[in-house]
Design a protein around this ligand. Structure first.
Ligand code: SF4
Length: 472
């Protein structure tokens, strides 16, 4: 394809399509699978030509996934909404004796598992508040109860649980967290949870990687450096993880780009360990463009800062996806991968719009439709080494998720059932769609629906039984 845009003749009476010629160099980079700079990201955020932004994101998404769009059959289980913190943007947390506070016991968990298995779920997604009094054994019990109850019922449920901030909280509860050597405590907790049956980590709690925003809106939560450390240790242990970005509150658009840049640098490191070859060298952490941010105390250091890693993009034509390497026995992949290497990496970026209702930041307007669409499309373009982009229908709405499938997203999440964290437009905690509705939404958007498991393998069903197969 050419980097020069052909301008169609506008129809009489219309102003015609809005073309921004300054996007041409970005288009040329994307066509070659080159990494976009933060300056490119700024232009994508400010151009009035949002449709070209969406078109470019669609080009990348189709290169990676063709006309496939993923969904899964899952359940969310919020084990407790009791939290020691009081983040300003959060409407979920309760103090221990406040009305509406809850903590689920194992009988409740078993019942949820039974219902999940009966409904064909392949995944249990479990997160909660930072409960100040539950012992560490509660969390290992939670994970093993989900795994073992599903097995007793003749099925398997992948346990995706605990955001990075919860993992650090658990390390403190287990009394293994040391400020001067935080990764050993994080490793201890993740190893114990993995033994109990933890399959992967969700991507929550990242918010926006900027310490000024952090201190203003979610002080007390872990900062970017610790969040990245948790995910790095998880990857080293072979656990896949996701990442989120919560935008549209007190951050600036530039902060979103810095966040994306830090995530893709962390992913470079994970993919390098899997054997991917790079298109250049760089140092992990934040880009040179943002050294000033660090100087001014806006960003902290991750334990991984400063290592030399290659720049790795997955968006170059013909580059295999990491799931193809992690799960394939095929020796013909163009990478030298040792089977003994750890295989953890970021699977999915999930842009999450901020909802002001019920939070301490209720006076803010929150982002609206086009800003959500643009942010997701830019996430697809900037995060060139993330295999998947999710339009999380619970927070984006299903109609918006359809537009997002045409603008960079390849996944709309799953059937969910109960979701306490954010209630869009005053909706209840019971938020469920059936498989038929998800498939219809995907087909209507022009894609082929594929049921995936948590690790992005195709799910094949035979009655109530299911198994996973690599998607080629
Ligand atoms: S966002 Fe998480 S850590 Fe913050 S108050 Fe809500 S539940 Fe607690």
């Amino acid at each position: 394809m050419s980097a020069t845009l052909e301008r169609p003749t506008p129809l009489p009476g219309s102003r015609g399509p809005l073309f921004d010629d300054s996007l041409a160099p970005i288009r040329a980079k994307i066509e070659k699978g080159e990494r976009l700079s933060l300056a490119d990201g700024e232009l994508l955020f400010t151009t009035p030509d949002i449709w070209t932004v969406c078109e470019l994101a669609d080009l990348v998404r189709r290169r990676l996934h063709g006309d496939t769009a993923f969904y899964n059959i899952n359940r969310h289980l919020n084990y407790s909404n009791v939290c020691a913190l009081s983040c300003k943007f959060c409407e979920f947390y309760r103090k221990k004796d406040e009305p509406g506070a809850y903590t689920r016991d194992m009988a409740y968990v078993k019942e949820q598992v039974r219902e999940a298995v009966e409904n064909g779920a392949t995944e249990m997604h479990s997160v909660g508040g930072l409960h100040p009094y539950l012992p560490f054994s509660y969390y290992t019990d939670l994970v093993s109860t989900i795994r073992d109850t599903a097995r007793e019922l003749g099925s398997e449920l992948h346990v995706k649980a605990f955001t990075a901030v919860e993992i650090v909280h658990l390390a403190k509860i287990a009394k293994v967290y040391k400020a001067d050597d935080r990764t050993s405590g994080i490793r201890h907790v993740l190893e114990k949870l993995k033994e109990a049956g933890l399959g992967s980590l969700p991507g929550g709690g990242a918010e926006v990687f900027d310490d000024r925003v952090h201190d203003e809106a979610y002080k007390g939560k872990i900062r970017s450096d610790v969040w990245l450390d948790v995910h790095r240790v998880a990857h080293d242990l072979g656990l896949n993880t996701n990442a989120t970005i919560l935008y549209g509150h007190i951050e600036q658009r530039h902060d979103r780009l810095v966040h994306m840049d830090m995530l893709r640098r962390a992913q470079d490191r994970a993919l390098a360990k899997m054997g991917y070859e790079g298109i250049g060298q760089q140092t992990t952490g934040i880009s040179k463009d943002n050294a000033a941010l660090r100087e001014s105390g806006h960003l902290g250091y991750s334990g991984d800062e400063g290592s030399e890693v290659p720049i790795i993009t997955l968006t170059r034509p013909g580059t295999p996806l990491p799931e193809h390497i992690a799960f394939s026995d095929t020796p013909s992949l163009p990478l030298s991968v040792s089977p003994s290497l750890p295989r953890g990496y970021f699977q999915t970026i999930i842009p999450l719009p901020f909802f002001p209702d019920g939070s301490e930041l209720e006076h803010l307007p929150g982002p609206a439709g086009l800003e959500n669409l643009r942010t997701l499309a830019i996430a697809r373009l900037m995060l060139d080494n993330f295999p998947h982009v999710k339009a999380f229908w619970i927070m984006q709405t299903l109609p918006m998720a359809q537009l997002m499938l045409q603008s960079g997203a390849d996944d709309i999440d799953g059937t969910v059932v109960w979701y306490d964290i954010t209630k869009v437009g005053g909706s209840s905690t019971h938020q469920e769609v059936n498989v038929w509705t998800l498939q219809k939404a995907i087909r209507e958007a022009g894609f082929k629906p594929v049921e995936r498991d948590t690790l992005y393998r195709r799910v094949e069903r035979d009655g109530k039984a299911w198994r996973s197969r690599l998607i080629s």
